[in-house]
Design a protein around this ligand. Sequence first.
Ligand SMILES: [Zn+2]
Length: 289
Amino acid sequence: MGTISNAEGEIEIQRLPVNSEEHTFNGWTVKYTKSHILHSICRTSEKCKVKSEEQCLLCLYESQLELPHLPEMVFPNNRLILTHKTGAFIEFNALDALRQVCNGKEYIKVEVAYSETWKESRLPENLGQKIKPFDWTFSSDYRGTVHNSAVITPTEERINMEKLKEKEKILFYQELMLYEDELHDNGISSCTLKIRVMPSSFFVLLRFFLRVDNVMVRVNDTRVFHDFSTDYVLREYTNKECGVNELSLPLTVFGDPNLLSPHMPLRTAIYEKITFPATKLESTGSLEG
Ligand SMILES: [Zn+2]
């Protein structure tokens, strides 16, 4: 399909086609949508100002989030929705991931915790005095958006990672990027997800990865697992982070969170069980983060 351009020759992202696939496995519908990066200039500002329900995606993001600027690359149409046969669901999307960016507090945390190696010059140039401090690393502890009819409780049960390593047929696989920022050439901040569905289960890995060059690294992982023979979903969140000087590893390892993560100390872990309603929902309820 061709792209649609306006007079200035820029692609109008909202009119581009959205890739989408939907499959059903054991009573679960797995749907993803995938499309282009969020545009950086609002071309319908008059309409966006007046009618909030007709806002363009950029204006929606700017009005919903308290961030003075957005990551360089945001994928507003990249979403994954896992719908239970009752209509309740778990969803992953960029807007909700960015809502979880800890404004202000997290910025101070990075600066103070790694102050030995911290250089003021690392701050993005145009930030500083003009804008109040915010988390320019876009660190998110997003664990997915869960329909409010599902019940989330702490659990002792763990995802059997060894079983996931067993060779099993992959019925469905997809990777989605939610957002990414290169921190003004000072590193990388990215939020991505992968899903695979096998005959016995599905598994989602949502990963926030941060590397502030020569300063620190952070990996926030959310693993969502469902064994089709059970009536619940397991969700595990882990936060790993440390100063770069705490790890004596080859430089190339710092570019790959898969290689890096096993060497990083665990700071936080949250283990949850998500139970879905027993009967079909009458209508779609509201969401909780
Ligand atoms: Zn707009």
